[in-house]
Design a binder for this molecule. Structure first.
Ligand SMILES: C[C@@](CO)(OP(=O)(O)O)[C@H](O)COP(=O)(O)OP(=O)(O)OC[C@H]1O[C@@H](n2ccc(N)nc2=O)[C@H](O)[C@@H]1O
Ligand SMILES: Nc1ncnc2c1ncn2[C@@H]1O[C@H](COP(=O)(O)OP(=O)(O)O)[C@@H](O)[C@H]1O
Length: 316
């Protein structure tokens, strides 16, 4: 069978097909803008990891044309946008392109991640849709084709396929291995203001940073945080100009007990804090319950995944 495509359809037609996927928040521990392409896109060097916070995608079979239903705390934020513009539907259409697929069924997106917040929720949803519908439709799409489809959906989508720590290059689509990460904890805080990615790129000072250099592994969160503190998120300063509340969030995180590092993710406004363990991050989050400024903030605490969060039984 060498060199032949696998037959379409699940390997074992009697095996139950999981009808849900989790789409985890992508966190840029570092983000250096290293250059600019002729088309205006910025070239990045970023260490991306995944948090426990996630959207959920579920599929309910039906004979009706493929549809999207939005639920969850941030579902309403997306409800005003055209369904066909949602990355879930765009991902489904691209996956089906050139294949014999009946595009039917209901996709339910439980939107738990704040929208336009620097944690790639839309990209994570797109990648989760590719994994989910590839399985449901029994397509067995080869990994390189899935990567190509993901890149067409957005530069952040490929890293969200495997949901594992990775170094992102190019505009995000070039993936290489991350250092081996220690077990550690992370708090995520979003002040509630959506921040426009193009606006942040436009607002940045026109200088470039060198690519980061990393060790092969970090033994613990303290060592990792010390190394990361020497690096930057180059979008943090311009994002703070656009959304000053980010500064308040960053100083609040930095002042939490046992916080090792506080920084913004992506183009903002979500910021993260690193801790020695998930429990330390949860304890720090509890400390915020008596802070009135934090009353309206979206706050999540838990582990930083050192391995892939995508089901290991899948090929990606
Ligand atoms: C900044 C990052 C870091 O991971 O994360 P988020 O803040 O989105 O989570 C990503 O590079 C976001 O990539 P992506 O999500 O694909 O960006 P898009 O919204 O498609 O880009 C919107 C606009 O931002 C500018 N843009 C985006 C990416 C890039 N590398 N250079 C750019 O100059 C372009 O003007 C583009 O038209
Ligand atoms: N499923 C989705 N979830 C979030 N945003 C989506 C989705 N589909 C399309 N979008 C569009 O993508 C934009 C960026 O969303 P998002 O991925 O949440 O940003 P970020 O990468 O900054 O966290 C939103 O403003 C929205 O218009």
């Amino acid at each position: 069978m060498t060199g032949q495509s696998p037959p379409a359809g699940p390997a074992d037609r009697n095996a139950p097909v999981s009808l849900s996927e989790t789409a985890h928040a992508k966190i840029n521990l570092t983000l250096h803008v290293t250059g600019k392409r002729p088309d205006g896109y910025h070239i990045l060097d970023s260490l991306a990891v995944f948090a426990s916070a996630a959207d959920t995608l579920s599929y309910i079979p039906s004979g009706s044309p493929l549809s999207l239903e939005l639920t969850g705390p941030f579902g309403q934020t997306l409800a005003t946008e055209a369904c066909d513009d949602n990355l879930v539907i765009r991902a489904a259409r691209l996956l089906a392109e050139g294949r014999t697929v009946e595009q039917t069924g209901r996709v339910i997106l439980e939107k738990n991640l704040p929208v336009a917040s620097g944690i790639g929720g839309g990209s994570a949803d797109a990648a989760a849709t590719l994994r989910l519908l590839d399985r449901v439709w029994g397509l067995n799409t080869p990994a390189d084709r899935l990567h190509t489809i993901a890149t067409r959906l957005g530069a952040d989508v490929p890293v969200c396929l495997a949901q594992k720590p990775a170094r992102m290059g190019g505009i995000g689509e070039q993936l290489s291995p991350a250092p081996t990460l220690p077990d550690c904890g992370m708090i995520l805080i979003n002040c509630g203001e959506a921040v426009s990615t193009p606006a942040v790129f436009r607002a940045r000072v026109n200088t470039f940073s060198p690519a980061a250099s990393f060790p092969a592994s970090w033994p613990d969160a303290k060592t990792m945080a010390t190394d990361l503190a020497r690096l930057t998120n180059d979008l943090e300063a311009p994002a703070c100009e656009i959304c000053p509340a980010i500064r308040t969030v960053l100083t609040t995180i930095a002042s939490l007990p046992d916080c090792r590092l506080s920084r913004m993710s992506g183009s903002g406004a979500t910021c993260f804090g690193l801790f020695d363990s998930p429990d330390a991050a949860r304890t720090a989050a509890q400390a915020l319950s008596s802070n009135p400024t934090a009353a309206t903030w979206w706050i999540q605490a838990g582990p930083l995944a050192s391995r892939s969060l995508t089901d290991v039984t899948q090929k990606n």
